[in-house]
Design a protein. Structure first.
Length: 150
């Protein structure tokens, strides 16, 4: 059975990958309220060929939502409002990154065992759960995968 990454290994994976796929991730976040850390974890899981069920993805989403709602989103919103105050904006960005680390730790703590799913496309399953009636996420998912391939 593959081993799950440590929080530091996953953080480094994200730091390395994020610049190449930043725009599609932020678009999914802004337009569909997708959680970037969960998207990154699903990309990691796909890279590792882990298979999870839809219930597993819902479990991960439930694990990250409280931290996201209590810390990450309010800090991000405040940072965006204070775009003309560079020093304060930088301090809030650092706080937001710390909140992102907390989200990742919550995700890793809730990580299901790989291999108990049915070979679902993890990213598609997550986005479909967020917006089952909106097919716009399909083009965003294509953009994300295209950025990964480049």
């Amino acid at each position: 059975m593959p081993q799950q990454p440590t929080p530091e290994q996953f953080w480094q994976f994200c730091l390395q990958l994020y610049p190449t796929i930043q725009q599609p991730l932020l678009t999914l976040q802004d337009e569909l309220a997708a959680n970037v850390n969960l998207l990154l974890l699903l990309l990691y899981a796909e890279q590792q060929h882990w298979q999870w069920s839809l219930a597993d993805i819902q479990q991960l989403q439930q694990a990250v939502t409280p931290i996201n709602q209590l810390y990450t989103l309010p800090i991000r919103q405040l940072r965006q409002k204070l775009s003309r105050e560079p020093r304060l904006k930088q301090a809030l960005l650092q706080a937001e990154l710390e909140a992102e680390k907390l989200e990742q730790q919550a995700l890793l703590a809730a990580l299901p065992k790989p291999g108990n799913g049915s070979g679902n496309d993890l990213l598609m399953s997550y986005l479909q759960q967020l917006h089952p009636d909106n097919v716009h996420w399909q083009s965003l998912l294509f953009d994300l995968r295209q950025s990964l391939a480049d």
